[in-house]
Design a protein around this ligand. Structure first.
Ligand code: BGP
Length: 473
């Protein structure tokens, strides 16, 4: 057999979005509030007591009412897969009810009908930064063990309802982000500055057990279901060749590896146990927890990749910008308008590292460039965006995916982030755009919500149609 030098025939090309960033309709048809409804400024500003009109996520891009038109546009690009999340509080408005909200379930039936119409494979994130607010305020989110039971009930409801139509599932979006954003990621109400490491790591343990437990439930309901974990991936490079910097970079990577190690290998790695010992943390881990983790490991590993970072133990630290976490600035790389280092080769590194480490199929479920776009009149008179910068970014990353596949890495698919412009997770801005499709909505909430194809729309359609052959090395 010759070495594969291109994408496999069944490679899943597509894009990704998350309910809280695009659906809008935050209180429609019985939906309860989620943590996002009280985060008008994302992670960069204070949360509010109740939803406020300046919170762009309340309306999002109104996918809730425009899903037919939007999915038709994705189909026009030739999407093979569409990653989206289900809003937990549409299904269980408070999170701790015993019966689900039928109107919420019915909405996702309609979305799945539409995807099926075009032969687009759904990839569903069960929890994407959308913990029901009631669970946060009443139980302190994942800090409380009872969350495992609520999550099991929610996930079981989804598998029973959609398990014949949805094959690919992700448990927690960027599960390792809870280390840095305990409220948004883990629904933990205790302010970050007051949260003890003991409670944070206990919350992480609850999430990991919940993830393994719903993997079991999925497989019991339908053994064909494929359940993956989802990790925020950042390769950390030593800032200098000094062995102390090399070790610092390794430690930073291990903070993230821990999550994949447990999901794939079914037990906490030695380096993590040592960290807990050094910090004097003793977790409440039951025998049943250990069995659940060991017996219900994931079918595949998915991750987001936007940037790499450096670490140092010897040099002055110049903090790098980054996706919910970062290290120190890499002087060799350019950065995006939001200060995220642009490093296509880092994607090849991550793919190889994860494959070598875990030997599980990999799914790149987020990647892309957040940039300010300017709407101009296209050659045919319709509005468009000349986003060659986005095309360059994605082309260069996909070339590295192709290289990794040639290296022997098994990659299932690629879903670019924010395939339709949506509200940013970190800054809650509309102006931080990732899409192939421009949405007329501004940071002050004005705009018609009309959709326009950017130049990257046709470019991505060609990439998909040629199965990657049109990429420029
Ligand atoms: C990831 C999240 C997404 C998404 C993306 C881009 O952390 O999983 O929800 O938003 O990053 O980040 P941002 O929207 O902050 O630019």
């Amino acid at each position: 057999m010759t070495t594969p030098t291109t994408f496999p025939d069944d490679f899943l090309w597509g894009g990704a979005l998350a309910a809280n960033q695009y659906e809008g309709a935050y209180d429609a048809d019985g939906k309860g509030l989620s943590v996002q409804d009280v985060m008008p400024q994302g992670i960069v500003g204070p949360r509010t007591e109740a939803p406020t009109p300046d919170n762009l996520k309340l309306v999002g891009i109104d996918f809730y009412h425009r899903y037919k038109e939007d999915i038709a546009l994705l189909a026009e690009m030739g999407f093979k897969v569409f990653r989206f999340s289900i809003a937990w509080s549409r299904i269980f408005p408070n999170g701790d009810e015993t019966e689900p909200n039928e109107a919420g379930l019915a909405f996702y039936d309609r979305v799945l009908d539409e995807l099926e119409k075009y032969g687009i494979e759904p990839l569903v994130t069960i929890s994407h930064y959308e913990t029901p607010l009631h669970l946060t305020e009443t139980y302190n989110g994942w800090a409380d063990r009872r969350m495992i039971g609520f999550f099991e009930r929610y996930a079981r409801t989804l598998f029973e309802r959609y398990g014949k139509r949805v094959k690919y599932w992700l448990t927690f979006n960027e599960i390792n982000s809870v280390l840095h954003e305990p409220f948004m990621s883990g629904g933990i109400n205790t302010p970050k500055e007051e949260l003890s490491e003991q409670d944070l790591y206990q919350a992480i343990h609850h999430e990991l057990v919940a993830s393994a437990s719903v993997t079991r439930i999925a497989h019991e309901i339908n053994p064909e279901l494929q359940v993956g974990c989802m990790i925020l991936a950042i390769p950390f490079y030593p800032l200098t060749p000094d062995p102390r910097d090399v070790w610092a970079a390794k430690q930073a990577e291990r903070d993230n590896y821990t999550f994949g190690d447990v999901h794939v290998r079914g037990a906490y790695p030695g380096y993590f146990l040592r960290k807990l010992r050094d910090k004097g943390i003793e977790l409440d881990i039951t025998e049943a927890d250990r069995r659940t983790l060991a017996e219900h490991t994931v079918d595949f590993v998915s991750f987001s990749y936007y940037m790499s970072s450096c670490e140092t133990a010897t040099q002055q630290r110049e903090a790098s910008g980054g996706n919910l976490m970062g290290g120190v600035v890499n002087p060799t790389l350019e950065v995006s308008q939001w200060g995220w280092a642009i490093d296509p080769r880092g994607l090849r590194t991550i793919l190889n590292d994860y494959w070598d480490r875990w030997g599980k199929p990999l799914f790149i479920v987020e990647n892309g460039l957040g940039a300010r776009d300017e709407l101009v009149t296209g050659p045919d008179g319709t509005p468009t965006v000349a986003d060659d910068y986005r095309i360059d970014y994605m082309n260069d990353h996909l070339v590295q995916v192709r290289e990794a596949i040639a290296d022997g890495v098994q990659v299932i698919g690629y879903t670019s982030w924010g395939c339709i412009d949506c509200v940013s997770a970190s800054t809650a801005q509309m102006s931080k755009r990732y899409g192939f499709i421009y949405v007329d909505r501004n940071d002050d909430g004005t705009g018609t919500l009309e959709r326009y194809r950017k130049q990257s729309f046709g470019w991505y359609r060609d990439v998909i149609a040629s199965n990657g052959a049109s990429l420029k090395a």
